[in-house]
Write a protein that binds this ligand. Structure first.
Ligand code: F6R
Ligand code: MG
Ligand code: MG
Length: 370
């Protein structure tokens, strides 16, 4: 059976400030998707949040870029905005809904989308990730380690079905074009690109031997859509696991290293990406440090199956990630001791919705030839 997994997210308001979503927002989203499920429009769904972002996990049989499914997600975010965010005067109500109206595909309208269609395997384990206060480039390093680095994924060496490696589709988000690079043969070219995390972003990954889709990520950059800086593009992604693909434990392994990502306060700083439970995905200190959550489940003809029933497993809710969290706290303290000096703050071209351009403008007439 062919099934499509769509993970669609948007920040449509939170409290206090950019901290976390309101419980009523999640309720309204769940009610809406339950109606769609009862009508037979979608197979199953799970609504959760990563900090101030609402994440809609939807399974269905309508394929990628389905107008119907994207429309449902758009309408859900609109309903949450109108019924909860605006009446409660939540902060940033409807902020990621950049378009006036839905026009066929939610990509490019503000919300982030990670989506993949595939033939459901005999058993189909999946891990989805969502991050807050960072951008899509944050997944480049862990994805490289999961699908190309044998020091992290033992299966690349031990499981013959992975020995032909994986093909990475890399987006140039500035020029809206992509290139497919095969690993290990083109590993150096791949790292050459994806090391530049603000421009070259992994969009999907295929198993080279048979083209099987293994991972899909959101790559939207709100600033590039709106033509100006309008906020961070907190990313999400879907990763299929096991049986000829990296195991769940291999997929989680790179997140034990809290690598530096851009985002954090005002989307303008670097900070460590802290792996946390959904409960702990609540940025505070300097609007951070940036967080990532991982939810795991199996599919049963498109239905979501987790350890307790229909709820996925909260995979970073594990003491095994305590050390990474502690390390992330130490790194946060160290970086913040730099104040507003690079590299703690991003380079000028990357500074998002800050007042830096305004500061420069103010000083313009005062610069003298040297
Ligand atoms: C980061 C983020 C926050 C805000 C900050 C200022 O992604 O969303 O750090 O940038 O709280 O927000 P405004 O400008 O809305 O007061
Ligand atoms: Mg926000
Ligand atoms: Mg967010």
């Amino acid at each position: 059976m062919k099934v499509t997994v769509s993970l669609i997210k948007a920040d449509v308001g939170s409290t206090p400030g950019h901290h976390v979503v309101h419980v009523k927002q999640l309720e309204v989203a769940r009610e809406r998707l339950m109606r769609e499920k009862n009508n037979g429009e979608i197979i199953d769904f799970y609504v959760f949040n990563c900090g101030d972002d609402i994440e809609l996990l939807i399974t269905h049989d309508k394929g990628e870029n389905s107008e119907e499914i994207h429309g449902i997600a758009w309408d859900t975010f609109m309903e949450v905005t109108e019924k909860v965010s605006k009446p409660l005067k939540l902060y940033g109500a409807g902020q990621d809904l950049l378009a006036e109206a839905f026009s066929g595909n939610i990509r490019g309208l503000g919300p982030g989308v990670a989506e993949m269609e595939f033939e459901e395997r005999e058993s189909e384990p999946i891990v989805i990730f969502a991050a807050d206060k960072t951008d899509p480039g944050a997944f480049n390093l862990p994805l490289f380690r999961i699908f190309a680095d044998p020091s992290f994924t033992a299966g690349l060496v031990i499981d013959p079905s992975m020995s032909k490696g994986f093909t990475f589709r890399v987006m140039d988000v500035l020029e809206s074009k992509y290139v497919d690079l095969r690993c290990p043969a083109e590993m150096y070219e791949l790292v050459g690109l994806i090391g530049t995390t603000n421009r070259y972003i992994i969009e999907r990954i295929f198993r080279s031997a048979d083209g099987l889709i293994a991972a899909a990520c959101s790559t939207s950059k709100l600033s590039l859509i709106a033509g100006k800086y309008v906020g961070k593009d907190d990313p999400c992604m879907i990763v299929r696991c096991q049986h000829g693909l990296p195991a769940v434990g291999e997929v989680l392994m790179p997140f034990g290293f809290p690598h530096l990502v851009s985002g954090f306060m005002r989307g303008s700083h670097i900070g460590p990406l802290m792996p946390v439970s959904v409960q702990d995905a609540r940025c505070t200190l300097f609007d951070g440090p940036p967080r990532v959550v991982a939810l795991g489940f199996n599919l049963l003809n498109g239905t979501i199956i987790g350890p307790n029933g229909s709820e996925p497993a909260d995979l970073f809710r594990d003491v095994a990630f305590d050390r990474a969290r502690g390390e992330a706290n130490l790194i946060t303290d160290y970086i913040r001791r730099h104040g507003e000096f690079m590299p703690a703050r991003l380079g000028a071209e990357e500074l998002e919705y800050t007042t830096l351009p305004a500061v420069l403008e103010k000083l313009e007439g005062r610069f003298k030839k040297y």
